[in-house]
Design a protein around this ligand. Structure first.
Ligand SMILES: O=C(CO)COP(=O)(O)O
Length: 131
């Protein structure tokens, strides 16, 4: 499965810890991330991440384009709902595309954990049929 990973700056540490905790599941899948998020994940895990440009330099659009091609099976976007930085792209473009293609999407740790466990159980295998 193809998994998209994006984190606003204040959530990057959380994303790193999430990837450390679930690396045993994540390493069975293809990981795609915006540039900085992907680099930070690779720094603390031995996971291989396909890295797009930095989010604010077009990386988020690159990842969105992969969703638009219905080539993403799950997206975890840890966003900062309280103090997003000015340069940080809006989450809504990605939300909209995930809704169009019916892609499981998490914006917080609780949902991300539910999705990753579901992925490991095989609950998302229907994506291979309908992709
Ligand atoms: O686009 C993003 C959300 O702000 C994140 O991009 P980076 O991972 O490159 O920081």
């Amino acid at each position: 499965m193809n998994i998209g990973l994006i984190a606003h700056d204040s959530k990057k540490k959380l994303m790193q810890n999430f990837c450390i905790a679930y690396r045993g599941i994540l390493n069975k899948h293809e990981l795609y991330a915006t540039g900085t998020t992907g680099r930070l994940i690779e720094e603390v895990t031995n996971l291989n991440v396909h890295k797009y440009l930095a989010g604010h330099l077009g990386g988020q659009q690159q990842l969105a384009s992969q969703i638009e091609h219905n080539d993403m099976d799950m997206v975890i976007y840890l966003r900062d709902p309280l103090h997003p930085k000015k340069h940080e792209p809006d989450v809504n473009d990605v939300v909209r595309l995930c809704d169009i293609y019916n892609i499981p999407f998490a914006t917080n740790l609780a949902t991300a954990e539910l999705l990753i466990k579901a992925l490991d159980r095989g609950d998302l295998e229907w994506r291979e049929v309908y992709r």
